[in-house]
Design a protein around this ligand. Sequence first.
Ligand code: GDP
Ligand code: IMO
Ligand code: MG
Length: 390
Amino acid sequence: MQIVVGAQWGDEGKGKIVDFLADQAEWIVRYQGGNNAGHTVIIGNETFKLHLVPSGICRGKKSVLGNGVVVNPVALMLELKSLHERGIETKGKFFVSDRAHLILERHIQQDLSQESHRSQKVGTTGKGIGPTYMAKIERSGLRAGAWRTGGLSPEETTAMEFLSPYLADTVILLHEALEAGEGILLEGAQGTFLDVDHGTYPFVTSSNCSSGGACTGSGLPPTAVKTVTGILKAYTTRVGNGPFPTELIDSVGQHLQTQGHEFGTTTGRIRRCGWLDLVMAKHARRINGITEWAITKLDVLSGLSELKVCTGYRYQGKELKAYPAETAWLDDIEPIYKRFPGWEGDLSRIQNYADLPEEARSYLKFIEDYTGVPNRFVSVGPERNQTIVR
Ligand code: GDP
Ligand code: IMO
Ligand code: MG
């Protein structure tokens, strides 16, 4: 069993890497979040923008929305219909946990209204995520399996009628798969620093995106986990509000934004961009138990004369020993940078690690040395085959 988890603030390229890794697994499972996520998978000249359905569906693998996911029935129905139109089969291949909570219109309205009344705006995606998890934790939520008792609107009712053949006790399904020795890949949404416990609270999402959430959100046990793959973008991005110590608001930030096409998949907002922050990466390693990195979007760094990587945080003149719990401190952090020479040229056709420019290899080696985690995969483009495996 393998968990794939974002090591930053989301949009690290989880969709691409999950699609790549899905080849090796029979089951792909989402364990938290909802259609606030946006995972882009590019296969040949086809682009899939998935919000709820796990990225493995494009490989014809069995896909599950686990009990920890919050499901907007109308959005899910539309996503499935658009997959069907593109010839992707979901019957007998896609399952929604009957324990998953439903996002209803009232939760969306509550999300929008809470945001408008907040003095410090989180910048939510407006998809009703927070209020749905609030109702779940408060024990007044509506589980998918009980949808007939929920007083749904006609539109929601139509969607649930469409979805009802997909409802299943996915905990049992997944345990049977585990006992049969089938490969299971757990696909995280968002990222470690958007985790409601470990992220930059209150500028976070309302679920446990980190690897711990994979067990509670699927019913699979921690003892079955063999590998935790951390997805680390070669630089940092963030959508929405909240602190961002290595943010760049200059021409380098502009380079990352344009070369990396850093626009939100769900809301179309411009993603804020900055240097790679290894203080975050090291903390993500600890929280998630990351055993290997998939470094993504290395190609985007080509053409910058110098690169910087954050290796420490200075706060009020003192270097911090670890990632701070006090989110407000992060606004006043002075990042400590290590500089690297940049490189020129297009990396997107490179298939072997050894063929990467020497400067790029030094950059990658430093990530490994600093975090103590090997770079198992290096992604040099959005397509499935633009992935270097070591
Ligand atoms: P996710 O939310 O973590 O799945 O990431 P998104 O799909 O929201 O954002 C990542 C974006 O970068 C998508 O548009 C991907 O197609 C693209 N992408 C993924 N890996 C690479 C890469 O190595 N290089 C480049 N240039 N683009 C990539
Ligand atoms: P993927 O899976 C990046 C951010 C929002 C906002 C905060 C709370 O594509 O990486 P929410 O609507 O969840 O209550 O918003 O979380 N956010 C994401 N940022 N990628 C995502 O998903 C995100 N999902 C939520 O921008 O700051
Ligand atoms: Mg995304």
